[in-house]
Design a protein around this ligand. Structure first.
Ligand SMILES: NC(=O)c1ccc[n+]([C@@H]2O[C@H](COP(=O)([O-])OP(=O)(O)OC[C@H]3O[C@@H](n4cnc5c(N)ncnc54)[C@H](O)[C@@H]3O)[C@@H](O)[C@H]2O)c1
Length: 316
C-alpha cells in the first residue's frame, strides 16, 4: 500500500502528537517537521529520524511531502496553511483554522482552486460517543431535540497568549453543536470577560438558538482549578451525557440509565487516519473548510455579542 508522505509545522505541546501519530499510522510516513524553535525542531525530528526545519518554505519544496498538519500558534495557522496549500500540499489545519473568517475563506478558496484536501482539527468529532449522540439525534432515538449543554473548563494553559478562550476552547463546542444538530444557529448571545488573561477573554458563556426553538449553551473558561469536558443533550424522551475525557457515554430515561460500552479510541489517531484516507482516496473530509469558516463566524458573533451586550442575528 502506498504511504502518504506527511510533515508537521509547529511541534509544540499538540503538534508533537501529530508527529507521533503519523509515525505510528500504517498509511502515513513522516518525512519532516518544522518549528521556529530550533531546539524543539531538532528534538522532535530526532525522535523519529526525520529532517528538521525552522523555515516551512524550505521544507515545503520537498516533493515527497504530500500533506501537512499545521499546528503552530493560532495566529500563525492561516499563514502557514496558505503557504502549504500554495505549495500544492493537502492540509489539516488545527482549530481555530485562522483568526478571522476572511483568512479562513482564503484557505478554502486556495484549496478548491488547487484541488486539495483541506480539513480542520475539530478533534471532538472523532470521539465515538459524540458520533453516537449525533446518530441518536438524527434518528430521534432521544425524541425531539430540545437543548444541548457543553462545559469545557480548566486552568489557563499560559502558553496560549494569542487568542482568547472562545477561539481556542469554546470553538470545539461551537463545532460540536453544528455537528450534532446539522444546523447553524439563528442567534448568538454571549457574556464573557477576563480575570487573569491580560489581552483576551478567559471565561465565556454562549447561548445559541435555532429556528426550531432548540437552544445550546456553552460554558468555557480558563479559571476552574480542574479539567471538565462534558456534553449533555436533552431530547423529549431521554438525555445523553458524554464525558470527553473518559469517553463515557450515558443514556438516561425516567426508568433506566444505560451506559453503552464503546471501546476507547485515541481521537487524534482517527482524525489523522481519516485525513490520510481522504488524500489517498481523493475523498471529501468529514470536516471541511466550510465547517471551519462557520465555526469561526459563530465565535466572532459571540465576541461581538458580549461587547455590544445584545444578541447577534446570524445571516442565513
Ligand atoms: N484540536 C485540538 O484538540 C487541539 C489541542 C491542542 C492544541 N490545538 C491547536 O494546536 C495549535 C498549537 O497548540 P499548542 O498547544 O501545541 O501550542 P504550543 O505553543 O505548545 O506550540 C506551538 C508551536 O508552534 C511553533 N510555531 C509557531 N509559529 C510557527 C511557524 N510559523 N512555523 C513553525 N513553527 C511555529 C512554536 O515554536 C511552538 O513550538 C493551536 O492552534 C491550538 O489551538 C488543538
Amino acid at each position: 500500500m502506498k504511504k502518504l508522505g506527511v510533515a508537521v509545522v509547529g511541534t509544540g505541546s499538540w503538534g508533537k502528537n501529530h508527529a507521533r501519530v503519523y509515525s505510528e499510522l500504517p498509511s502515513t510516513e513522516l518525512i519532516a517537521i518544522c518549528d521556529v524553535n530550533v531546539e524543539r525542531a531538532k528534538a522532535i525530528a530526532g525522535l523519529y529520524g526525520v529532517k528538521a526545519y525552522t523555515d516551512s518554505s524550505r521544507m515545503l519544496k520537498n516533493m515527497e511531502i504530500e500533506a501537512v498538519s499545521v499546528c503552530t500558534w493560532s495566529t500563525h495557522l492561516a499563514k502557514e496553511a496558505l503557504k502549504a496549500l500554495r505549495a500544492e500540499k493537502n492540509v489539516l489545519v488545527e482549530k481555530p483554522m485562522a483568526t478571522n473568517t476572511k483568512q479562513a475563506e482564503k484557505l478554502r478558496e486556495t484549496a478548491e482552486q488547487n484541488n486539495l484536501v483541506l480539513t480542520v482539527g475539530f478533534l471532538m468529532r472523532f470521539i465515538p460517543g459524540l458520533q453516537s449522540i449525533r446518530d441518536a439525534v438524527e434518528n430521534k432515538k432521544i425524541g425531539e431535540l430540545v437543548c444541548a449543554n457543553a462545559k469545557r473548563v480548566s486552568q489557563w494553559p499560559e502558553r496560549i497568549g494569542d487568542v482568547g478562550v472562545v477561539k481556542d476552547t469554546a470553538i470545539h463546542d461551537i463545532d460540536v453543536m453544528r455537528f450534532i444538530s446539522k444546523r447553524d444557529p439563528i442567534t448568538v448571545y454571549a457574556k464573557m470577560g477576563s480575570m487573569k488573561h491580560r489581552k483576551f477573554e478567559d471565561y465565556a458563556h454562549i447561548m445559541l438558538t435555532y429556528e426550531g426553538g432548540e437552544s445550546a449553551f456553552i460554558e468555557s473558561n480558563w479559571l476552574t482549578p480542574y479539567k471538565t469536558r462534558t456534553l449533555t443533550v436533552t431530547g423529549s424522551d431521554a438525555i445523553m451525557r458524554l464525558d470527553y475525557i473518559t469517553q463515557d457515554l450515558w443514556i438516561e430515561q425516567q426508568k433506566e440509565s444505560v451506559q453503552p460500552r464503546i471501546p476507547f479510541q485515541e481521537p487524534l489517531k482517527c482524525e489523522l487516519q481519516h485525513f490520510a484516507e481522504c488524500v489517498l482516496e481523493k475523498k471529501k473530509p468529514l470536516i471541511t473548510g466550510e465547517d471551519g469558516i462557520k465555526a469561526l463566524e459563530i465565535a466572532q458573533a459571540a465576541v461581538q455579542s458580549s461587547a455590544k451586550n445584545k444578541a447577534i442575528q446570524m445571516k442565513r
